[in-house]
Every structure is written in structure tokens, then in C-alpha cells.
Design a protein around this ligand. Structure first.
Ligand code: AMP
Ligand code: MG
Length: 487
């Protein structure tokens, strides 16, 4: 293999140029023995990248950050953030790098970013590394989210580094190459605001507008419009999470994007049985980021975003606060709208349905789902069978048969549309027991189960003959599921 520079990819360094205060020029660690574990060929093609080249030695060394393309200027990004409610003025990319921005054939600009690329000045006590299991986990869960139509960062590749990394046990190291609309976060604004450099804050907001909301540059009040756009995106995003039972697990302000994409697949997992109190993350002992708390957590984060933006929202502080309070109220309204419309679709009911009828049905259903308790994803899929006249599969999930029979009767009277339901209710989510099994096998060198799981969750609405086990809940002996973050 040659060691010429990686020509097939051209990366810009606009973030580094436009926001040097938030960018620290840095290089990735060398990977002793890079080995490709997963390559997202479909995504590579969408990005105009040559998958065959990415598989070469030069390609792999680009994907680990060791050999960035000529002209690229990788940086560690600075950001602050509230973690579980506590403010940290300096988080930043402690194990990540922005390689640069890539122009796609369809005219978009995306970040190419690495996770697990070695220590940086933001690493604090951390080793700057990542390991195979969690990086493949980000790959499979973000592909599932994309398959479900939910805005998300994407995984381009996971490359094993050949390095051994110390965690609870020794684990094989890996680097994830991630693609995102941008890595601007609420925490980026908190960092800029904390510098007291108003020109920097304004420049950051201008960069965000240029990148995500170019139409707003001409608005009467571009910074207010930016704030409202982010509120709207996050309200819709979290509603989408709730509708598929996704629990992000670590909704810190540094993990909330300005783009409205889901980011940072650490301790996340999907609900099995419906329970709003569900927490998977080992460190979320207080349940701050429990399934049912996610809308409130998002709104809390957006209040921190408003605080950071305050000097740009009005000339005097009182007016800025008054504006922010009102704009934040828009979150609940937009969240409720997105969630209600989404629930209506999940139940196969028509658009014009009276709000009180829908609310009543949903509340009663959720009480039944929680009391029995019932597998969230499995129930909605089986409900389409009930819409086709066969109520037994859905009914069989409940202990309280009288309760569900009464509910099904009222619901069926509204003439639900089974075909429409099958378009929005997935057969396949990345089931926790299957994710764990696939990652354990991959860590031991067998990528087969991981690859099969990725293929299934990429196409979540299509039942697979012979792969029925992918649609089933965890066996009883799987027990309570716990995920670990920062690993
Ligand atoms: P996260 O939980 O991935 O959002 O990370 C929160 C912060 O911790 C960020 O500043 C990360 O860069 C940093 N971090 C997480 N894991 C490590 C690690 N292994 N080494 C250094 N920094 C880390
Ligand atoms: Mg993060």
C-alpha cells in the first residue's frame, strides 16, 4: 500500500477559521494496527466518498484521524455544559476531533468527526479513547434512528485501533467516524457566553444561522428566530424519541445539538415494557433522564440555551428575559402537537379526530400498557392486526383483558387504518438483548450478529421472514437492562 495523502476526500476547516476561540488545532493518536470493523457504504455513497478507497490503508488511517487529507486542519472543539444539572465551564472534545467539513454531492455541508482519537487538552482525567462495543453501539443505534426517520448524526465507520484500552476489563480500542450536520451544541453557546466576549457569541450565532437556518439571516430578529428554530427542532425531535420509546440517557446541554439531530449515543436504549420511569444508564440514579422526563429535560436545556443567548435576544436584560420565557413556552406547545399527531398516526386514526377523544384514548391506553406491563413496540405493531380484525395478538399481551377489550372496542369504532399504522409503527427496534449479544460477539471478533442486526434495524418497518426473533422482546431471564456511559 502507498502512503500518499488521502486525496479522495477534501475537507474544509470553516469552523476552525470562523471560531478559532472554540477550536484547538490537534492531531489524532496513531492506531498501531487499524482494522475496519464497520463501514456505512450507503452513507459513504451519499457523501460522495469512495467506499473501496476507505477500505485501503490510507482510507483506514483517514478514518482513525492519523492521516487527515491534505489541507485539512483537525481541531478539538471547546464547549461547556450542564451535566446532570451541574455546570462545567470547560468540557470540550476530550476524546474527539473535528476532522473538517465535507461538501456532499447534493449540496449539503457535514462535519466529519472522530470519537476515540486520543487525548486532547480537554481530556481532564480521561484516556481519550473509545472501545469497540460502545462505538459499534453508536453505529447500530444511530442507523436504527435514521431508519426510523428520526434526525440523527450518522456513523460512517468504526475502525479497531489494535490498542488495548483499560475499562472495567481490558477492551479492544476503536475509533468511530461520525457525520453530523454540525457539532454545534447548546454547550458551545454556553462556552462562548462564559467568555463574556459578545462578538464571539454573535459570531457563533451567525455561524449557526449560516449553517442551519440560512433563511433566518434576513429575519427581523435573526437571533430570536434562531432560538425559536432550535426550540421547534428539539420539540419535534424529543417527540419522535418518545413515540418510538427511545431513552437518550444523557441529555446534558453539551449533548443537545443546534441542528436538531440526536447526538451522543452513550447509555441510550429503547423501552421494552412501557414505563415512563424507565432509566437504563448506570449513572442516572435519580432518574433525571428517565423516558418520561425527556421533554422536561429538553425544555430545561433550552432554558440554558436562552440564558447563553440572552445578550443577543434584546438590548436590555429584562426584555431579553421576558422574550425568552415566552419563547420557551412554545416548546410545550410544539412538543404536544408533534407528540399528539404522532400518537394519532400510531393508532391509525384520522387527522381531524377531536382532541379530547384522542387524549382520552391515549391516556387510558398508557395506563393499561403500564399496569400490565406491555412491550411498547410489540403492542403498536400488533394493534394493526386488530385494525384488520384480529384482536387476539394485541390482547394476548395484557393481563387485564376486560380493560384492553373495552379500549379496543372504543378504538376500533373509529375505523383505524392498518396500512397507515404499519408505516409508522416499527417491527424492529434495536432490542437491548440483541444489541448486547451483537456487541459482545463483535468484541470477541465475530461481527456476524452485529452486521445482521444493523441490516434489520435499517429497515424497521418491514417484517423479515426467518428473522422473527429480532422482533421479539427480551427473554425473561435477560433481567433489568443497564447501560454505561463515557465508555
Ligand atoms: P459525553 O458523555 O460523551 O458527552 O462526554 C462528556 C465529556 O467527557 C466530553 O467532554 C468528552 O469529551 C469527555 N470524555 C468522555 N469520555 C472520555 C475519555 N475516555 N477521555 C477523555 N474525555 C472523555
Ligand atoms: Mg457528548
Amino acid at each position: 500500500m502507498t502512503s500518499t495523502s488521502a486525496r479522495p476526500i477534501a475537507l474544509a476547516h470553516r469552523f476552525a477559521d470562523e471560531l478559532p476561540e472554540l477550536a484547538l488545532s490537534w492531531r489524532a493518536d496513531e492506531a498501531p494496527e487499524p482494522r475496519l470493523l464497520a463501514l456505512n457504504e450507503v452513507l459513504a455513497a451519499d457523501l460522495g466518498l469512495d467506499a473501496a478507497w476507505l477500505r485501503t490503508d490510507d482510507g483506514l488511517r483517514l478514518l482513525t484521524g492519523e492521516r487527515p487529507p491534505e489541507g485539512a486542519a483537525p481541531v478539538a472543539q471547546a464547549y461547556a455544559g450542564h451535566q446532570f444539572g451541574n455546570y462545567s465551564p470547560r468540557l470540550g472534545d476530550g476524546r474527539a476531533l473535528l476532522l473538517g467539513e465535507l461538501a456532499t454531492p447534493d449540496g449539503r455541508v457535514v462535519d466529519l468527526h472522530l470519537k476515540g482519537s486520543g487525548r486532547t487538552p480537554f481530556s481532564r482525567g480521561g484516556d481519550g479513547l473509545a472501545v469497540v462495543g460502545p462505538m459499534l453501539r453508536e453505529f447500530v443505534i444511530s442507523e436504527a434512528m435514521h431508519g426510523l426517520g428520526i434526525p440523527t448524526t450518522r456513523a460512517l465507520a468504526v475502525v479497531g485501533t489494535g490498542r488495548v484500552v483499560e475499562r472495567e476489563t481490558y477492551q479492544p480500542g476503536a475509533v468511530l467516524a461520525r457525520v453530523a450536520s454540525s457539532h454545534l451544541r447548546v454547550g458551545s453557546f454556553q462556552y462562548a457566553r462564559a467568555t463574556d466576549d459578545l462578538a464571539l457569541l454573535r459570531r457563533l450565532a451567525d455561524v449557526a444561522i449560516a449553517r442551519h437556518d440560512p433563511d433566518l439571516a434576513d429575519a427581523d430578529h435573526p437571533y430570536r428566530a434562531l432560538f425559536e428554530a432550535v426550540v421547534a427542532r428539539q420539540a419535534r425531535l424529543v417527540a419522535r424519541w418518545m413515540l418510538v420509546g427511545f431513552v437518550h440517557g444523557v441529555m446534558n446541554t453539551d449533548n443537545m445539538t443546534i441542528s436538531g439531530e440526536t447526538i451522543d449515543y452513550g447509555p441510550c436504549a429503547f423501552l421494552d415494557v412501557f414505563d415512563p420511569r424507565t432509566v437504563f444508564s448506570s449513572i442516572d440514579t435519580g432518574g433525571r433522564y428517565a423516558y418520561g422526563n425527556q421533554p422536561a429535560a429538553a425544555q430545561w436545556n433550552l432554558a440554558r440555551f436562552a440564558e447563553a443567548l440572552l445578550p443577543l435576544l434584546a438590548d436590555d436584560q429584562d426584555a431579553a428575559v421576558a422574550y425568552a420565557v415566552e419563547a420557551l413556552n412554545g416548546f410545550a406547545e410544539q412538543y404536544n402537537l408533534a407528540w399528539t399527531q404522532g400518537m394519532r398516526a400510531k393508532l391509525g386514526l384520522p387527522e381531524g379526530l377531536a382532541a379530547d377523544v384522542l387524549d382520552g384514548l391515549v391516556q387510558e391506553l398508557f395506563a393499561l400498557l403500564q399496569a400490565n406491563p406491555v412491550d411498547f413496540t410489540g403492542f403498536f405493531r400488533r394493534l394493526a392486526d386488530a385494525a384488520r380484525g384480529d384482536r387476539e395478538p394485541a390482547r394476548a399481551l395484557f393481563l387485564d383483558l376486560a380493560g384492553i377489550d373495552g379500549w379496543l372496542e372504543r378504538w376500533a369504532a373509529l375505523a383505524p387504518d392498518a396500512v397507515a399504522m404499519d408505516r409508522v409503527n416499527p417491527v424492529h427496534i434495536p432490542r437491548n438483548h440483541l444489541v448486547e449479544a451483537a456487541l459482545a460477539a463483535a468484541t470477541d471478533g465475530d461481527l456476524g450478529p452485529f452486521e445482521e442486526l444493523v441490516a434489520v434495524v435499517r429497515d424497521p418497518f418491514t417484517p423479515r421472514l426467518g428473522l422473527e426473533r429480532y422482533a421479539e422482546p427480551a427473554p425473561d431471564d435477560f433481567g433489568r437492562y443497564t447501560t454505561f456511559c463515557g465508555t
